[in-house]
Design a protein around this ligand. Structure first.
Ligand code: UDP
Ligand code: MG
Length: 326
């Protein structure tokens, strides 16, 4: 059976890392939700260490009527790489990125789809959490991140908006055309622009397994975001350097005046030690910031592939000719 490509359909991009218990239930939930809309499922097995790949293959085998593709990465490349691979693989009018753990209910994809069908001037609907269901520390950390990045970045980021969105082919192409290796999709979505409608949604509890994000990973991701979308940390170091230079000059003048006109000998061994410690600390921090940017340039300059696909498994009824579209 050949698929009628003229029909408007949704490509669902589903990055999967250790999601063996969620794959079947995810697929079944989607099938129940999208009764009248054809869906192209693109599962990306991002180097899972459990049986995620076998579970996806099982779903493909047991549902020959569905259009399912599985991209099996050669190792874990991260969710950003998985999303990019999914975008390159998708063929449809509308594309949605959704997690495999059912924290993002597929019913919202349907709502986003209906919205885009009705409102032709919009190109994308992005879901955001109006109430976060997580610890207060994490919420405070995330709010701080949005405040900082929105002060520094050239493009504003919508607070609490995720990758969970539905968008059209033009946005997909714009995202694929962004060549960077270090991808920070929240920023990339803002950078490409287009007309975006923000829709509130409720995150649900993870069906099975546990999140792959620790506080340290989140912190690194936040730093990556800031470094990818702003050079203000570099400018900040220059400003602090200038400020401390001017203060040092003023202090020097004061000391000379005191010595010549008032006859006070400058004292303060403790002050000198403190100042040396403060400024050597600041210099190390600034070198670190510089190092982070140089590290990014180094990574980008190598131009390594963002992911490596070991196998591509497709359900029978996918029109293989469409592979040339990429
Ligand atoms: N994921 C991935 N590669 C990774 C980490 C996560 O493809 O290296 C997938 C994961 O299987 C899930 C989605 O990205 O479908 C979101 O991950 P997770 O649920 O761990 O994040 P959280 O929802 O806690 O932010
Ligand atoms: Mg999750």
């Amino acid at each position: 059976m050949k698929v009628n490509r003229g029909e408007k359909m949704i490509s669902l991009i589903i990055p999967c890392y250790n999601e063996e218990k969620n794959i079947k239930i995810f697929y079944e939930t989607c099938e129940k939700t999208f009764k009248n809309i054809s869906i192209e499922y693109i599962f990306i097995n991002d180097g899972s260490k459990d049986n995620t790949l076998l579970e996806i293959i099982d779903v493909i085998k047991n549902n020959p009527q569905s259009q399912i593709t599985c991209l099996n990465f050669s190792r874990n490349f991260g969710k950003e790489a998985a999303m990019l691979a999914g975008l390159k693989e998708s063929h449809n009018e509308f594309i949605s990125i959704i997690d495999a753990d059912l924290q993002q209910n597929p019913k919202y994809v349907l709502e986003m789809y209906k919205f885009l069908k009705k409102n032709k001037d919009y190109d994308c609907v992005a879901c955001y959490q109006d109430k976060r269901k997580e610890s207060k520390i994490l919420t405070t950390f995330k709010n701080c991140f949005y405040k900082i990045i929105n002060k520094m970045s050239e493009v504003p980021l919508k607070t609490n908006a995720s990758d969970f969105r539905l968008f059209n082919k033009n946005i997909k192409q714009a995202l694929i055309n962004m060549p960077e290796y270090c991808r920070f999709s929240k920023g990339l979505f803002s950078y490409v622009g287009f007309n975006v409608y923000y829709m509130p949604y409720q995150v649900e509890k993870r069906m099975h397994g546990k999140t792959s994000w620790s506080i340290i990973k989140l912190f690194k991701y936040a730093m990556d975001g800031i470094l990818s979308f702003s050079v203000i940390p570099l400018k900040f170091t220059t400003s602090i350097g200038f400020l401390s230079f001017i203060i040092a000059i003023i202090y020097l003048i004061i000391i000379i005046i005191q010595k010549i006109f008032i006859g006070i000998n400058p004292s303060g061994y403790a002050t000198i030690v403190c100042l040396i410690l403060i400024f050597s600390g600041l210099q190390m921090i600034f070198l670190g910031i510089l190092g982070e940017y140089i590290g990014k340039i180094y990574t980008e300059a190598k131009r390594r592939p963002k992911f490596i696909i070991k196998d591509k498994i497709k359900s029978n009824n996918i029109d293989m000719e469409n592979d040339n579209e990429k």
